[in-house]
Design a protein around this ligand. Structure first.
Ligand code: 5AD
Ligand code: SF4
Length: 481
């Protein structure tokens, strides 16, 4: 096999291995760029295509940091890139199809630019099926690696540029933690800060615990230091990242330090806005709700994925909470953090979901009053338990449920936004609106998108905006002079 496709190294993923939790030691490794890789990218251009969640966006900022440390510069010119890297997502099938379509397009560009190297990393290569497809249909991809070995990208590029060899190296391990990786942040005032990696929840539909390894927390000192440093550099907003931030600290056996403790410590730092994602309803505890009630820099918004409003479906999903327990936590949140905005993720047409069970999701949506939601049709992921469950719904029925849910939640979104009409809110400016370059956009503390005219505003400014009209998905405002 090695000879056939001429890879310098073949380490292939195994979903079976990736499922195991053996309690392997988590090493904290410091990133160092070996001198022989330092100028490998001098005079060369890279293009990074990122798909999926905030975890991937944060990883891409690290990849860009590493590439720039090697001398590469970023380009937007598809034909001029010497290295094109796809940082991929495996959460649903349609995300995967899009990536292969794009890779095919770039393989055509290579006819005009034969020196172009193509790489794929992130969650897709962690799946056996992706590797089989690459070997069969895309054997010209130069570098294939996964979520565990981003720090080794310089070595993979060396293999390609100097040794003229391809690399396929995907580790199915529980995972380690890298510190000191250079980061090229996309936003001048907003920063992602990973607080933990991996997931041990094993929701039956989800591939993430297999693609990202076990739950492992960064040391609190490292996180606090990073946030302090960001504040010093003038960053205004930090979003703490983890697949299940409420499990933060559980794996740090030598200290008794939880997510609530972290929030309380970060609350003391002089930075304007602290956000976090994603929370898991089972692990969201009273201490965290109390920490949120401190206010200050902790923003009044919580993304709390519910997935379904029906207890039988929740059980089949292995979510480990009931509808009633979820609603109880929402009640506490609303009491302790008045005006909090709550958003969620919902999956429709999970295998075996009946019409009545789906209706429970609709009534839950009304009861909670979400002000934002990502809604999905269940997508089977090979190797996960739910992929073996029988699903009798037709595509039409699945889409019908999604549409019905979307209509219902849109009504709720509008209701939630109407409360801001006439109010003045603080907006952190993100830049001109994509749809209308004459308008600026930005987010409020409640994480609501606002469009407003402000010819002199700059990215990262904090401005006061009066809300003049609420729509389902955004607010329209005018700058308060
Ligand atoms: N099919 C559909 N949606 C999924 N999600 C995770 N796995 C799947 C799947 N197999 C959704 C969940 C999760 C969000 C990030 O993606 O709602 O919260
Ligand atoms: Fe997937 Fe569940 Fe982990 Fe979220 S908590 S990443 S849905 S397994």
């Amino acid at each position: 096999m090695k000879k056939d496709i001429n890879y310098i190294n073949i380490v292939e993923p195994s979903i079976k291995e990736a499922r195991k939790r053996r309690g392997a030691e988590v090493l904290i490794k410091n990133f160092i760029l070996e001198p022989k890789y330092l100028n490998l990218g001098a005079g060369k251009k890279y293009m990074l295509k990122t798909y999926g969640c905030q975890g991937n966006l944060a990883d891409s900022e690290k990849i860009a940091g590493i590439l720039e440390m090697m001398g590469y510069v970023e380009t937007n010119d598809e034909l001029a890139a010497d290295f094109v890297l796809f940082n991929t997502c495996a959460i649903r099938e349609n995300a995967e199809e899009r990536v292969f379509g794009e890779i095919g397009r770039f393989e055509k560009f290579r006819k005009k630019n034969p020196n172009m190297l193509i790489g794929i990393c992130g969650c897709m290569p962690q799946e056996e099926r992706t590797i089989n497809k690459i070997k069969k249909t895309y054997p010209h991809i130069n570098i294939v690696f996964g979520t565990h070995n981003i720090a080794e990208l310089p070595k993979f590029l060396y293999n390609a540029i100097i040794e003229k060899q391809k690399t396929l190296e995907v580790l199915s391990i529980e995972g380690h933690i890298y510190e000191d990786v250079p980061v090229k942040r996309d936003h001048p005032k907003k920063a992602w800060v990973n607080i933990m990696f991996g997931c041990d929840e094993f929701c039956t539909y989800c591939i993430v615990p297999y693609t990202r390894g076990k739950e492992r927390s960064r040391r609190p000192e490292a996180i606090i230091e990073e946030v302090k440093e960001l504040a010093k550099l003038g960053y205004v907003e930090v979003t703490l990242l983890g697949q299940n931030v409420n499990a933060y600290g559980k794996d740090l056996k030598d200290i008794n330090y939880t997510f609530a403790d972290l929030l309380k410590d970060l609350n003391k730092i002089d930075i304007k806005r602290i956000r976090f994602t994603t929370s898991h309803p089972r692990d969201l505890d009273d201490a965290t709700i109390d920490a949120m009630s401190l206010g200050g820099n902790i923003m009044p918004h919580l993304h709390l994925p519910v997935q379904s409003g029906n207890n039988r479906v929740l059980k089949k999903m292995n979510r480990k909470y009931t509808r009633e327990e979820y609603l109880e936590k929402i009640k506490k949140l609303k009491e302790k953090v008045p005006g909090i905005s709550i958003t969620t993720d919902i999956i429709v047409a999970f295998p075996g979901e009946t019409e009545e069970e789906f209706n429970d999701t609709l009534t839950l949506v009304d009861e909670v009053g979400y002000e934002g939601a990502y809604t999905f049709i269940y997508s089977p992921r090979e190797g996960t338990p739910a992929a073996t469950y029988e699903n009798l719904l037709t595509d039409e029925e699945k889409h019908q449920r999604l549409n019905q849910l979307n209509e219902r939640i849109n009504d709720g979104f509008l209701k939630g936004r109407l409360r801001f009409e006439g109010h003045v809110v603080e907006v952190l400016v993100d830049g001109p609106s994509k749809n209308n370059p004459n308008m600026m956009t930005g987010y409020t503390p409640h994480n609501m998108l606002v469009n407003f005219e402000a010819p002199n505003a700059k990215v990262g400014d904090l401005v006061q905006v009066r809300i003049v009209k609420a729509y389902s998905w955004h607010l329209l405002g005018e700058l308060v002079k």
